[in-house]
Design a protein around this ligand. Structure first.
Ligand SMILES: *Cc1c(COP(=O)(O)O)cnc(C)c1O
Length: 443
């Protein structure tokens, strides 16, 4: 490096760390993060990508943007309501407020009247019972998979889980239900064929080795044609006559029927039909935090709650608080998006199309999260060039559109109406960047 090398002008670390903007950022960010931002800007300058005199401002700007979490809020313009890659259910305002409350010391396991220890999450369990009256009791664990693990372990470890071959599903990202059950030490006793299983098949398999009978809702796929499955009520009578518990893994987490999703099973109906235990997720159609729900006969729930594994799978105070608030608060964003008025969606899409100078098309939203695969949610989308998608995804705010058949589709179903103006601004900015950039990718 010669003495005329501009890199010699790069501000030193101690000088940058003493900047007022850096000192202020220390209130929000740890020393490691602050130093890594400083180092990054120095490196940019060394590489000739930043003028040395611009380093202090670049450090200040980067720190001002930097938050302690690197998770970025995303406006979901895909039309997919329960989008697993976007964290499934967005929480209702009541649940967000509950998270804030629960973030400090709270009486999650304390009876303040007596000053003694109490059962954990009792209010949340009571809220679940109230939301699903046929449930004698309820228990909350980490997620739907954990609920199933706890149920099969407690009821069938070392014994058999009787399940139809048509229900041995893979949920997503390689998570296979049969492998999960096998991992609990229970043996799978498969009955029937992929497309058809009859009551006799179950009857022939149930015996002294049976730990439980499992009925799985095949959430994310459908078999059509020559098919046959045994209904819960019939299966419940059979299991009951052998004194064996019937577990129904519903997945979706609907606690009561929803007319928009006529084929989606719900906990109240399943329990009324005779299921002894129902397992479901908290962050699918229920619209709450990630959680696993177990609802059913009180003595079964008590057995599960006493099992050593329950301690390893238990939900944290944040989940318990957000779940209770989801159940007792107002309409969840998931419910609002599922029941969005098509006319209102159309008007919003028209406004957006007009604001950005684009056309629109009819566009079906989806339930997502492995729920109701065949059910379209009729709505609208604004049609944009495909090349806009990466700009929207990486812009501020980040907007995730649907890329389909060479087009970038913006569906406002899952975007809060209060954010429509920001979506319009993001699309306009992206269109400008697309037009201005030498390769159509400036910015
Ligand atoms: C989603 C789902 C699960 C898994 O639930 P998670 O909350 O993702 O762990 C299990 N069974 C069924 C039928 C599901 O749909």
């Amino acid at each position: 490096m010669s003495h005329t090398d501009p890199r010699r002008a790069i501000p030193r670390t101690d000088a940058l760390l003493a900047l007022p903007a850096v000192t202020a950022a220390r209130a929000r960010l740890g020393e490691q993060v602050v130093r890594s931002v400083v180092r990054e800007m120095q490196e940019r300058a060394r590489a000739g990508r930043l003028a040395p005199e611009a380093v202090p401002d670049a450090v200040a700007a980067a720190l001002a943007d930097r938050t302690a979490t690197t998770l970025r809020p995303v406006l979901n313009a895909t039309g997919v309501v329960v989008h697993t890659n976007l964290g499934r259910a967005p929480l209702a305002p009541a649940a967000v407020a509950a998270l804030h409350t629960a973030s400090g010391y709270v009486d999650v396991e304390m009876d303040l009247t007596g000053g003694v220890r109490s059962g954990r999450g009792l209010a949340t369990r009571a809220a679940l019972r109230e939301a699903c009256p046929p449930a004698g009791d309820a228990l909350v664990v980490n997620n739907g998979a954990a609920a199933l693990v706890l149920a099969t372990t407690a009821l069938a470890a070392g014994r058999e889980v009787v399940v139809s071959r048509g229900e041995l599903i893979e949920i997503g990202a390689g998570f296979r239900l049969p492998e999960l059950i096998a991992a609990t030490g229970a043996r799978l006793r498969e009955v029937g064929a992929t497309n058809r299983t009859h009551l006799d098949d179950y009857a022939a398999a149930i015996g002294p080795a049976t730990g439980c009978v499992l009925k799985v809702h095949t959430s994310n796929f459908r078999i059509e044609g020559f098919t046959s499955a045994v209904g819960l009520a019939e299966l419940a009578r059979l299991a009951g006559s052998h004194g064996v518990a019937l577990v129904a893994d519903l997945g979706s987490g609907l606690l009561a029927p929803d007319p928009v999703l006529p084929d989606e099973p719900d906990a109240a109906t399943a329990l009324s039909a005779g299921a002894d235990l129902v397992t479901a997720s908290g962050d699918k159609l229920l619209g709450g935090p990630q959680a696993g729900l177990l609802l059913g006969r009180a003595e079964l729930i008590a057995t599960l709650a006493r099992h050593p594994l329950a301690r390893a799978l238990r939900a944290d105070k944040l989940t318990l608080a957000a779940l209770e608030a989801t159940l007792s608060g107002g309409v969840t964003p998931v419910t609002a998006a599922l029941h969005a008025d098509p006319d209102r969606l159309r008007r919003r899409a028209e406004q957006l199309a007009e604001a950005v100078g684009a056309t629109m098309c009819a566009h079906d939203g989806r339930v997502g999260g492995g729920g109701a695969p065949g059910v379209p949610l009729p709505g609208w989308a604004v049609v944009l060039p495909e090349a806009l998608a990466p700009l929207l995804r990486t812009g501020t705010p980040a907007v995730l559109p649907r890329v389909h058949h060479g087009r970038c589709l913006v569906d406002l179903r899952c975007v809060p109406e209060s954010e429509d103006a920001r979506v319009a601004a993001a699309v306009t900015a992206a269109l400008e960047a697309l037009g201005d950039g030498p390769d159509g990718r400036a910015r």
